[in-house]
Design a protein around this ligand. Structure first.
Ligand code: SF4
Ligand code: SF4
Length: 75
């Protein structure tokens, strides 16, 4: 799931837009923080971790939450 910005907490500093490696978050001409390309988010959490107001929530897709277990190969 793409990042969700809590507008009550956000101070529109723009840091999340600066730090996102994929340009998911942008600052509009009106200085509004927008999640412009949500489908491109790869859930690295950089924006959520570095937001000074803890205003960003991320929910991982189900596929990211599944346990991965290596199958033993032939030796
Ligand atoms: S880093 Fe946090 S406070 Fe700053 S613009 Fe982004 S969501 Fe808002
Ligand atoms: S989780 Fe990573 S890729 Fe997704 S919006 Fe935040 S910084 Fe960008």
């Amino acid at each position: 799931m793409p990042p969700v910005i809590d507008r009550e907490k956000c101070i529109q500093c723009g840091y999340c837009a600066t730090i996102c490696p994929l340009d998911v978050i942008k600052v509009s001409k009106e200085k509004e923080i927008i999640v412009k390309y949500p489908e491109e988010c790869w859930h690295c959490r950089a924006c959520a971790i570095d937001c000074p107001m803890h205003a960003i929530t991320l929910r991982y897709p189900l596929s990211h939450m599944m346990l991965h277990v290596d199958v033993p190969g032939k030796e």
